[in-house]
Design a protein around this ligand. Structure first.
Ligand code: PEP
Ligand code: MN
Length: 351
């Protein structure tokens, strides 16, 4: 960290900064320049509070030289993190992992039929919310535990791994017992007690970007999970709020190369929530894979017009098949391929 002093700062002003940094437990060294003095902080491990330093008279600005996140950074670990699932699928390797399924689990018939169709089209992970974070308390909130049981049944029938959301600290252990990947949704990206609880779980975590969160915020939230001892985090770009009303959110695909540069963690894209509009999902899925995304999260419903949530952005199984064909061609052009569950190449349904 560099603390830049104002032009006319006196030697006493600089000394005051050095003393405060000392009180905070770090060593500070003045770096005299032509026009002004800067103070370099040695050994800052990311916990130094910049706001306190900015409050000292004659401090002009504080420049972060190293990042406040550590374990998620490329400097900490050079090789990409690869998250292995029980069905043999790996996220973060050369395979592009497609997670697909309805927004919410609604009934046995709906989830089993959707699971069969997405698996036949080449998905390797089934998504579906049992506990739903809905903007309105009057809309469908999910089937809860019954939804988890139905997801487990769908896994048994199809061999697909399961990703489903944990809404709070109380129900996370329940969700983690069934899920192969525990999802933390956009609304909870900065729920630090939930992040810590996920960090104490042995299950991989899919961490979605908050709707007004920077990429930096997303990495800091992931740091909470790694710090508690869980290294298996998959990040997800799901769109941020914007001023344009043509789409529900603005899918920020620059997050893909930015995260790959800053972090060793895999990142997938969710063009369903990222656009909110069915006919925008395929183009943005193609773009995400071309941008280097390690996977996709796609909402698919056997009857989108009857969906209890997010029907307007859900693909029907036929549209999903087309998406998979397109994504496969793009993945191959990038030297990758769409990941398949172990045994899928044999053509069986895994039942
Ligand atoms: C979801 O994936 O079902 C969901 C609610 O997404 P988000 O948290 O990105 O809004
Ligand atoms: Mn949804």
């Amino acid at each position: 960290m560099l603390i830049v002093m104002e032009r006319h700062a006196s030697a006493e002003d600089v000394q005051r900064v050095i003393s405060v940094v000392g009180e905070m437990g770090y060593e500070a060294r003045p770096i005299p320049g032509h026009q002004r003095v800067a103070v370099g902080v040695v050994g800052n491990d990311g916990r130094l509070d910049a706001a306190r330093l900015l409050g000292i008279p004659k401090v002009l600005e504080v420049i972060h030289v190293s990042q406040p996140y550590k374990q998620v950074s490329r400097e900490w670990r050079e090789e990409p993190t690869v998250v292995a699932l029980p069905n043999g699928v790996e996220i973060g390797g050369t395979g592009v992992v497609v997670m697909a399924g309805p927004c919410a689990v609604e009934s046995a018939e709906q989830i089993l039929a959707t699971a069969e169709r997405v698996r036949a089209a080449g998905a390797s992970v089934l998504r579906g919310g049992a506990f739903k974070p809905r903007s309105s308390p009057y809309t469908f909130q999910g089937l809860g535990e019954e939804g988890l049981e139905l997801l487990a049944l769908a896994r048994e029938r199809t061999g697909l791994a399961i990703v489903t959301e944990a809404l709070d600290v109380e129900t996370l252990p329940l969700v983690a017992r069934v899920a192969d990947i525990v999802q933390i949704g956009a609304r909870n990206m900065q729920n630090y007690s939930l992040l810590k609880e996920a960090g104490r779980s042995s299950k991989p975590v899919l961490l979605k970007r908050g709707m007004a969160a920077t990429i930096h915020d997303l990495l800091l939230s992931a740091e909470y999970i790694l710090k508690e001892g869980n290294p298996s985090v998959i990040l997800c770009e799901r769109g941020v709020r914007s001023f344009d009303t043509q789409t529900r959110n603005l899918l920020d695909l620059t997050a893909v190369p930015v995260v790959h540069k800053l972090s060793h963690l895999p990142i997938i894209a969710d063009p369903s929530h990222g656009t909110g509009v069915r006919d925008k999902v395929r183009p943005m899925a193609r773009a995400a894979v071309a941008a280097g995304a390690d996977g996709l999260l796609i909402e698919v419903h056997v009857r989108p017009e009857e969906a209890l949530s997010d029907g307007a952005q859900s693909l029907d199984p036929g549209e999903f098949e087309r998406l998979m064909e397109e994504v496969d061609s793009i993945a191959r052009a990038m030297g990758r391929h769409v990941a398949a569950p172990a045994g899928a190449a044999l053509g069986g349904s895994g039942v």
